[in-house]
Design a binder for this molecule. Sequence first.
Ligand code: TTP
Ligand code: MG
Length: 406
Amino acid sequence: MARQIMHIDLDAFFVSVEQVENPELKGKPVVVGGRPDRRGVVASASYEARAFGLHAGMPLTTASKLCPQAIFIEGSFPKYRVASQRFMAILADFSPYLEPVSLDEAYLDVTGFESIYGSIHQMAVAIKKRIKAELGLGASVGIASCKVVAKVASELSKPDGLLEVAAGQERSFLSPLPITKLPGIGNKTERILNGLGIDTIGNLSIMPLTTLKTHFGASGELLWRYSRGIDDRKVEPPAEAKSISRETTFGQDTRDRPRLKATLRYLSERIGSQLRQRGKQARCVILKLRYADFTTITRRHTLRQASDSDQTIFDTGVDLLNQALSQEKQKVRLIGIGVSSLTEPAKQLDMLDLSAPRRERLNKAIDRIRKKYGFTAIQTGRTLLLKDIFPSTDEGYTLHTPSLSR
Ligand code: TTP
Ligand code: MG
């Protein structure tokens, strides 16, 4: 029997959360991402703003030129996280086979659920109703026999949509759509496919597999399968994150070391706190820098022993920063730090590092205080410098790219 997969995606998620909180924003061109005079990009645009050509990823300055009357909002990530958790909790009430994909997007395997709801279509209506009633948010739902077709269907039905693709109709549904509608086709793939004379998913689906493999390697086969509406991926509970990272863009490009280090310190503390919250340690620390000309580099260092300490992450980050700056004259536009190779905490502490137990106690105490009084209740001397750079709230500093610096 064919499976029944639902893909649910909230409409203009960040903007809609703001509109629920402040109904005056409803029906207006609204952008979440930051003020138009600030740097950074649009994270979410209302459908009214999209009518002016605004979209996610567009620089805020361009957005304000295209639509000067748009209302620009900085955004607050913790608020979106709460809304996302409530959204996922509603979905989990409908089917235990839930796979969150991002904050506002999930797959549900609903095979056989028509016996409870009358039809899968009615089940989707019930889900949309609950999301609207409890969160005030619009959602779009795609229903199909596999993930890729369900996703394309929800996207195509937006906003406030519901689109079901009957079993057997997958290929003919996809066929007339432009290739950009197929998940996984970015700018580069699009350019190459256009170069081969392919502009619709139907054209893509009749390409010989060997040609696609020559151009795209292993992902050529995925393109070939998806374009025919073939996708055996299961709806699975989320795997544990393999890495954690945070980054932010400066208001003005800078090479000021105290400022760079203060930002790095703050980002390191957030990473450390998240690691400890999850009960994980990391073996690898990664620094990311974007220079004034948008060149982006990452530099990594593997630690001798896995760690969850703010200080270790920061110290490693500073070493990588110093090395990178010694090889590059440009100013820095964006700085980020991340950790990967996550492991369970090692039982045996490094005998050569006598300060490790003390540091661990200190980190735990800091986490307790922050949990009670907010992230900025305790700050190291270095991050205090950030006071002058970023506005602060109890949840932490509001960085200019809220969505990207979570
Ligand atoms: P999307 O679901 O891609 O976008 P959306 O919900 O704003 O609009 P719609 O689904 O109706 O097309 O992403 C969900 C949220 O993720 C979005 O509200 C903001 C955030 N986001 C970013 O921060 N940066 C991005 O580049 C994108 C695409 C999304
Ligand atoms: Mg969305």
